[in-house]
Write a protein that binds this ligand. Structure first.
Ligand code: FES
Ligand code: FES
Length: 149
């Protein structure tokens, strides 16, 4: 199937089998920041935005994004770098394996929630797993980034 999508503000056509998932299609088309950890919709590593909202691309059929607007971390590099600085300052720069999906979720949260509580933040991040260590450094960085310290 041939679909037309906008990826990081560029209109493009993609060829994908009917049963292919978005993470695989994006990677085939060169968007290698889109990573897969579990491939079962459990870890959040594959998070990209569809029309501004986070979706798990490992379990989202490519044909469903026809006509849609996708953003990967390549499309929000400046913001991603800004947030990464907060992570580093809080000592939460670890292996980075979960970072692409985690950062896409945090940037989406910034757009969606105004003045969230710690509970709201944790709830928003429920689908993003980090294998390295505890989440306290990440949580401190997010709160500072969102200005809700
Ligand atoms: S790879 Fe998609 S949620 Fe884990
Ligand atoms: S930083 Fe290593 S898995 Fe999250």
């Amino acid at each position: 199937m041939r679909i037309k999508v906008t990826v990081n503000e560029k209109v493009m056509e993609m060829e994908a089998p009917y049963d292919e998932f978005l993470a695989d299609t994006l990677r085939k088309h060169g968007f290698l920041s889109v990573k897969k950890g579990c491939n079962t919709g459990s870890c959040g590593l594959c998070t990209v935005w569809l029309d501004g909202k986070p979706v798990l691309s490992c379990s989202f059929l490519t044909m469903r994004v026809n006509g849609g607007n996708i953003t990967t971390i390549e499309g929000v590099q400046k913001e991603a770098r800004e947030f990464a600085d907060f992570l580093v300052k809080e000592g939460a720069d670890q292996c980075g394996f979960c970072s692409p999906g985690f950062i896409m979720t945090v940037l989406a949260m910034k757009r969606e929630l105004s003045n969230p509580t710690e509970e709201d933040i944790i709830h928003y991040l429920t689908g993003n797993l980090c294998r390295c260590t505890g989440y306290q450094g990440q949580l401190r960085a997010i709160k500072k980034y969102l200005g809700v310290v």
